[in-house]
Write a protein that binds this ligand. Structure first.
Ligand code: ZN
Length: 109
């Protein structure tokens, strides 16, 4: 089992994703505030709206879940889809899963 994991993820410690990576993702409000233009006020259910970075958005089509226990999700109502914070980061940066996780928990973006 361990050998197959090594084959899959490589042997370098720096290339491994820690088991608790989900707990180490940035705060959704801090992250989305930084990367979503014109982010508005958070509503009663914990969602805020802003300009979608994935299309030429003039209408704040993007909703991001920035408060509450299950915060982190996003959805674009103009057809870009939706997902979790990691998916947003992957799409925004073009990084693959592992690189995006390392980037996020490294804390510098
Ligand atoms: Zn969009």
């Amino acid at each position: 089992m361990l050998d197959s994991l090594r084959a899959l993820y490589g042997d370098k410690p720096a290339a491994r994703i820690p088991d608790n990576w989900r707990d180490r993702l940035p705060d959704p409000l801090a992250y989305y505030s930084q990367h979503v233009a014109k982010l508005g006020r958070t509503n009663a259910t914990g969602w805020a709206q802003g300009a979608c970075p994935f299309h030429d958005d003039h209408n704040a089509s993007l909703s991001v879940h920035v408060a509450g226990a299950s915060a982190g999700g996003w959805r674009c109502f103009a057809g870009c889809g939706g997902g979790d914070l990691l998916g947003f980061h992957m799409r925004r940066t073009g990084l693959d899963f592992k690189a995006a996780v390392c980037d996020l928990i490294g804390g510098n973006r």
